[in-house]
Design a protein. Structure first.
Length: 134
């Protein structure tokens, strides 16, 4: 249990550090990217931060899923996948007509965050079961 807590501390530190580096890096390089990137792709630069932050949560999902994989509880991955898929579809139908591409990118980032939170919750639940058995 102590090892798992240390792993979670490292994971949260790593994720927070990535968020800071990505945010600062994006703020520093965004003006430069607008000069370098062709005009037809310039719109994509505005959404880069949302995409990168979403990927930080996706990376965190890999961290928290190791115990679930070790326990061979594939049904958890199926449940999390179906819930996040449904959430993404519903949010896309709601946000894309209102916000356009920005809404779609936001949906993906939120879905990655929810994916991480659900896997972290299942991970904590599985860890509590292991501790209770010993």
């Amino acid at each position: 249990q102590m090892t798992e807590k240390n792993n979670h501390r490292v994971m949260y530190f790593f994720m927070a550090s990535l968020m800071v580096v990505i945010t600062l890096g994006y703020m520093i390089t965004e003006p430069l990217l607008h000069c370098i990137v062709p005009d037809r792709y310039a719109l994509a630069i505005d959404y880069g931060l949302f995409v990168l932050v979403g990927y930080v949560f996706l990376i965190g999902s890999y961290f928290v899923s190791t115990l679930i994989q070790f326990q061979r509880k594939q049904w958890i991955f199926i449940v999390v996948f179906v819930v996040t898929l449904a959430l993404n579809i519903v949010m896309s139908f709601c946000l894309v007509p209102i916000c356009g591409l920005r809404g779609l990118v936001l949906c993906c980032a939120i879905t990655y965050c929810v994916h991480f939170v659900l896997l972290a919750w299942f991970n904590r639940r599985e860890l509590a079961k292991i501790v209770a058995q010993h």
